[in-house]
Write a protein that binds this ligand. Structure first.
Ligand code: BES
Ligand code: MN
Ligand code: ZN
Length: 502
């Protein structure tokens, strides 16, 4: 998609669709709407007075201009109340618009970002959100369709801006948005591929390609390397699978003067059948998405390599399948972890925390000074927060606040769950140090608390994306299937930390 920042007049611009923002309860129209309204002999005012619903948040009204304007259609986009217009709403609205105009086969559209500027929302952020919304909202996963839907993607996006100073900020926003949303869509692709294709081996191949394109270092630990490192928790999970495990390591060193290293650790279970503690068959196919944490880390590292913030980051993705087999690990088994702690297996379906335990011990070994792990970890988190918010657990409130701020900046909802020491009681092993499940009560918290046992004293935040990584129906800029959640938060966190330090 080509993005053109233009100072062309709104009435002259030649495109398929021009987007006009309609705010709720605003009687006096702004200059842009007035110009178009006049050109269309008052049609827009008529529509607004006949149907005030057209200003409702997310409402779209398509008007054909029959050659009166150079734009073939005008779409009135209902914005809701101006005061409550957030950056994330702008992103969601442009996602909705992107899909609506696809239906009318528009391949060139024009938008007016400066129309959305308020005290809270500056032009750079607005432009970034508009473009992210369009690219994320248009996303479709057609890899396996033999009869691919006709390609009616937007080819040109005009952003009308008359002020040269504004235009330069706008361009910065566009630059960031193009990189970030492309990498979110990359994370979505990785998750949407079926498990039969997206095996640990394939993930490692993709990671290598992605690393090359983004100029970040790539390496991988093979099964033999894991044996040498005593990663017995990860190795236990992998035993039931014919697919060899891979520990993907991606390094981005953007600040050689600093010893600080942030580790992003993403769960990469390419298929979670539950293992011997097998899951019910209903919707089991969705467990191809159990590597969404790993996908978010890959997407984020790819973007970070392009955006080049001044910060050091290691991305670690332990990849394996969790399958039942004669050789699989069993409930009742006691396994070692890389840390030396022993774990009694209550259920082989609590596998994510096992592979994360070893990956986190390894992150510490590589010198991580702070750790963020991202995982589709518990059904309990889905019960607690639905598909609206991801759940956080931490041992360090400063880092947790940084993650929450980054999430807010990126427009991803995250919510901290309490990490009271009392929860540890549920994890005490009978014949080993720890149990891998603390039972049903507070399941999302005890899962995080289990991981905490392996972080030593490194500041750490755990993000449970079980409810947010994969959705059943489209909403705003999110489409059905993989959402690419947490990719944007991780990127934003890297950018925020880098600004903070310099
Ligand atoms: N991958 C699942 C968690 C999950 C559930 C992700 C629903 C996405 C949607 C995880 O490995 C799992 O099976 N967790 C168990 C843990 C329990 C057995 C302690 C769960 O939540 O049921
Ligand atoms: Mn599981
Ligand atoms: Zn799992």
């Amino acid at each position: 998609m080509e993005i053109v920042v233009t100072n062309n007049s709104i009435t002259k611009i030649s495109c398929d669709t021009l987007i006009i923002h309609i705010f709720k309860g605003v009687v006096e129209q702004n200059e842009y709407t007035k110009l178009i309204d006049n050109a269309l002999s008052g049609h827009i005012s008529n529509i607004i007075s006949e149907n005030s619903d057209c200003s409702k948040y997310g409402e779209t009204t398509i008007i054909h201009t029959f050659g009166i304007l150079n734009a073939k259609h005008v779409v009135l986009l209902g914005m809701g109340e101006k005061e409550s217009l957030s950056i994330d709403k702008i992103r969601a609205l442009s996602g909705i618009v992107a899909r609506v105009i696809k239906k009318i086969h528009s391949i060139s559209i024009a938008m007016i970002p400066c129309d959305l500027v308020t005290e809270k929302n500056d032009i750079q952020k607005i432009a970034q959100a508009l473009l992210e919304g369009v690219i994320l909202g248009m996303y479709q996963f057609n890899y396996y369709k033999t009869n691919k839907p006709e390609n009616a993607d937007i080819r040109t996006l005009f952003l009308i801006e008359n002020d040269a100073n504004n235009a330069s900020f706008l361009k910065k926003g566009i630059h960031n948005a193009a990189i970030i949303s492309e990498k979110v869509n990359l994370a979505r692709d990785l998750v949407n591929h079926p498990a039969q294709y997206m095996t640990p081996t394939k993930m490692a191949i993709c990671a290598q390609e992605i690393a090359q394109l983004s100029n970040v270092e790539f390496s991988v630990l093979e099964k033999e390397d894991m044996e040498k490192e005593n990663m017995h928790a990860l190795l236990a999970v992998t035993r039931g699978s014919v697919q060899p495990p891979k520990m993907i390591v991606i390094k981005y060193m953007g600040d050689r003067t600093s010893k600080q290293i942030t580790a992003f650790v993403g769960k990469g279970v390419t298929f979670d059948s539950g293992g011997i503690s097998i899951k019910p068959s209903l919707n089991m196919g969705e467990m191809k998405s159990d590597m969404a944490g790993g996908a978010a880390v890959l997407g984020a590292m790819a973007a970070i390599g392009k955006l080049k913030p001044q910060i050091n980051i290691i991305g670690l993705i332990p990849c394996t399948e969790n399958m039942p087999d004669g050789n699989a690990f069993k409930p009742g088994d006691v396994i070692y972890s890389m840390s030396g702690k022993t774990i009694e297996i209550i259920t082989t379906d609590a596998e994510g925390r096992l592979i994360l335990a070893d990956a986190i011990t390894y992150a510490n070994k590589l010198g991580a000074t702070q750790i963020i792990d991202i995982a589709t970890l518990t059904g309990a988190c889905v019960v607690a927060l639905g598909n609206v918010a991801s759940g956080l657990i931490t041992n360090n409130s400063t880092l947790c606040q940084q993650v929450l701020h980054a999430a807010e900046d990126a427009g991803e909802k995250m919510w901290e769950l309490p990490n009271f020491p009392e929860y540890k009681e549920q994890l005490k092993g009978t014949i080993a140090d720890l149990k891998n499940s603390g039972g049903r009560m507070a399941g999302a918290i005890t899962a995080g608390s289990f991981i905490e046992e392996f972080v030593e004293n490194t500041p750490w935040v755990h993000i449970d994306i079980a409810g947010t990584a994969y959705i059943e129906k489209e909403e705003g800029y999110k489409v059905k299937g993989a959402t690419g959640v947490a990719t944007r938060t991780l990127i934003q966190l890297a950018l925020n930390i880098s600004q903070h330090d310099s």
